[in-house]
Design a protein around this ligand. Sequence first.
Ligand SMILES: Cc1cc2nc3c(=O)[nH]c(=O)nc-3n(C[C@H](O)[C@H](O)[C@H](O)COP(=O)(O)OP(=O)(O)OC[C@H]3O[C@@H](n4cnc5c(N)ncnc54)[C@H](O)[C@@H]3O)c2cc1C
Length: 404
Amino acid sequence: MRLVDGNLYFKKISKNNEQYNYLNENINCDILIIGAGVSGAITAYYMAEEGYNVVVVDKNIVGYGSTSANIGIIDVQLGMELSKLTKIIGEKKTKKCINLMIDSIDELKKIVSKLGNKNSINFKRTNSVYYTDKYMNKNAIVKEYNTKINAGIGAKFLNESNIIDLKYGIELEDASATMNIYEFTKEIISYISKKENVRVYEHTEAYEIKSKEDYVDVITNNKFKIKANKVIITEGAEVIKYFPEIPIELYKTYNIVTEPIDSLKNYYTNFTARNTDVPFNYMRFTEDDRIIFGGQMTRITAKENNDVIAKQLSNSRYRKLFKTLQETFFGLKDINVKCCFSGVFAETKDSLPIIDEIIGMPNVYCNLSYGINGILFSVVGAKMLKEINKEYYARDMHMFGLKR
Ligand SMILES: Cc1cc2nc3c(=O)[nH]c(=O)nc-3n(C[C@H](O)[C@H](O)[C@H](O)COP(=O)(O)OP(=O)(O)OC[C@H]3O[C@@H](n4cnc5c(N)ncnc54)[C@H](O)[C@@H]3O)c2cc1C
């Protein structure tokens, strides 16, 4: 499965070219992390800080999966309306999820403070906007606003914006952030790989996982064995290839990065936003006055396996996306496109992550965080999984179980 396609902006501007050897011997460790995308990097960070003997393997190169297309919106507002999630999991658990995500923004800031290349990572706290450009959607926005207020989330009702075509919206103060996730992932791996208790291997595929009562043997593509007390799978969307029974569906989403727009300086841009459309559009701004605009999300079909058809589909989706971008930022002239790229991500039915021990595989866990809140939930999962080597389950892990 091709996870990303097109002209990947964040990979293009990256300054970190560090490389890691492949595994060429049998080894032992406390915790083996399979997959070095942003979820694997964050999980490995927390495990390394706990002092465990950690091994990270990636079958490819650090950050080259969906992470290389991640556009770095760190938003507390869920992919699903709060009112809908409340109906599925109840008010108490919904509130818990929001609080876990709010704490995770602060956690990300703390992690960034320890890393090199902070200027390239560019962590910036912003407001979060959820909006509609249609008068007829007023009721949906009012309903969501009331659910947020009832859940104790301080929200401001909007009925105008000087930059986007907004009829009604909700703004949450400091409930979002932006950063360069590809660089962040590379920098975390680079930071932990210098610690004595961490080893990182690229071009090392976990080929077979043999789960035992007290430990796990993982066989790599080169037939070496990693014996680990616990294994954490952070394979992203590709997990479906290795564990087809995982309850997720695959989607593709499309993104445009514009050239710097001088006139953006005259507008209020300290926010990230997404609209109520199905499928929705999302947007953020960069430090050098670009707009990053995404959407046109579609379920992956067999057609995507045909390169020619996939390219035609992509081109028509980029065109539609650009038209929506122009309509959204109707007051801005001379918007030129710098890069277009797409990426595959997975989604669960309730938009929440899967953080659990794999059924029938003792000592094998997963931290699978998908969709629009993927990064924040990766932090939530990593913090919960920190306890597993002490044979202790974090209190709230049941909310994200495989069979919830
Ligand atoms: C275009 C796009 C934009 C997104 N933007 C955002 C955003 O702004 N904010 C947000 O919160 N979320 C976003 N997401 C969702 C999600 O957070 C990202 O997809 C995230 O980068 C996924 O990270 P990951 O580490 O789970 O997966 P990946 O980055 O795909 O990493 C998995 C890694 O596992 C490796 N691997 C797989 N199988 C094996 C194996 N058997 N052995 C060894 N290695 C293996 C792969 O090589 C890969 O490097 C976006 C997703 C897409 C597609």
